[in-house]
Design a binder for this molecule. Structure first.
Ligand code: FNR
Length: 184
């Protein structure tokens, strides 16, 4: 059986290390997981006044979440927290009230930073929101990818072997998590 995993990247820049890490994870993932990047860069900012006539991008995001069996979040740390673009996606997916698309979908968080605190603050702020929107989020292994500027070659390929092995085992654990918690 295949499990559809929606992948959310909290950085919009072309050269994003979070995006590079997401691509590495997609390449290392076990066969049973089918990962797809979900674009959150063009989502209008959440505004409750628009709920009766939701922007098409909101509807498209909500449908992608509904279609997914699992959720994988990659987040940079902006000022010790989650970038607005990712928080906005969580907010959009959680509404209208009573129709939280995230509800019950197993998830995991990876934080990626060029610094050596490895996005710890963003990782845990993201977990706080995911708890509230009822995403059972894998607790262990945690994934803090620091010093990301040193892990990839000029073509964006992950060249650090220990990081590669870690990410492989992370995805194996996530596969088990998804299988155990997938919404029936
Ligand atoms: C950062 N960066 C950063 N890094 C960190 O470890 N802790 C932080 O609090 C911040 N704060 C922060 C704020 C803003 C507005 C920016 C633009 C950047 C640096 C950040 O880790 C770096 O830009 C990464 O390269 C971002 O991830 P992507 O874009 O490479 O995926």
């Amino acid at each position: 059986e295949k499990y559809k995993i929606a992948v959310f990247v909290g950085s919009l820049r072309k050269g994003s290390y979070n995006l590079k890490t997401a691509k590495a994870l997609m390449a290392l993932a076990p066969e049973s997981l089918s990962l797809e990047l979900v674009n959150i860069g063009d989502l209008p900012m959440f505004n409750e006044d628009l709920e009766d006539t939701p922007p098409k991008e909101w509807t498209a995001l909500r449908e992608k979440i509904h279609a997914a069996d699992g959720l994988l979040f990659l987040t940079p740390e902006y000022n010790r927290s989650v970038p607005g673009v990712l928080k906005n996606a969580i907010d959009v997916g959680s509404r209208p009230y009573g129709q939280n698309a995230w509800d019950g979908k197993p998830g995991a968080v990876v934080s990626v930073s060029i610094g050596d605190i490895s996005g710890f603050g963003a990782n845990h702020h993201l977990r706080q929101s995911l708890t509230f929107v009822n995403v059972p989020t894998m607790a262990q292994p945690e994934a803090y990818i620091g010093n990301a500027g040193e892990l990839f070659d000029e073509n964006g390929n992950l060249t650090n072997d220990s990081t590669k092995e870690f990410l492989r085992s992370f995805m194996e654990a996530f596969e088990k998590w998804v299988k155990t918690h997938v919404k029936k």
